[in-house]
Design a protein. Structure first.
Length: 162
């Protein structure tokens, strides 16, 4: 019946045998080596991805450590700056207090010197005024005044000058 349709069963059988033979040969020669090559390539890619992920984790840890270290360093620098500022302010206050003490001492000494000079000048003025009064009184009275009269005249004149 297949012959009536123009199909040769020997030819079909021969083609099926050829197909199966070719299939087994290709499977042995090409399919298994290609499959093993693809499997090894897949493993390498997985290893590369795993290494990449591990590297990324280590990189992130390093960045975190660096960030923490930087924060710690900045905090320490701020503390050092604060200590330096406090020390500078303290020294400034000490220096200002010392300068004020020296200034006060100089002013006090100047006041004492001025008072001494004032007393000295007043004493000299009184002495010169007394000498002038005695001289003038001698000229006016045309006589020499004794010590008792001289003291009395000086007291009167100083009383007038005050």
């Amino acid at each position: 019946m297949l012959e009536k349709l123009g199909i040769d069963w020997k030819l079909i059988l021969f083609q099926v045998v050829n197909f199966l033979l070719l299939f087994f040969i290709l499977r042995k020669v090409l399919y298994k080596p290609i499959l093993s090559f693809l499997e090894s390539r897949r493993k390498k890619i997985e290893e590369g991805l795993a290494k990449s992920e591990k590297f990324e984790e280590e990189w992130q840890k390093m960045k975190d450590i660096q960030r923490e270290s930087l924060a710690k360093t900045e905090k320490e620098a701020a503390m050092v700056m604060e200590k330096a500022r406090f020390f500078a302010e303290k020294k400034e206050k000490e220096l200002l207090a010392l300068a004020q003490q020296k200034s006060d001492k100089i002013v006090e000494e100047a006041k004492r010197d001025i008072l001494r000079e004032k007393d000295k000048i007043l004493t000299e003025v009184k002495k010169e005024a007394a000498d002038f009064i005695v001289f003038a009184a001698e000229k006016i009275l045309k006589r020499t005044v004794n010590d008792k009269d001289e003291k009395e005249l000086i007291k009167e004149t100083l009383g007038i000058l005050k």
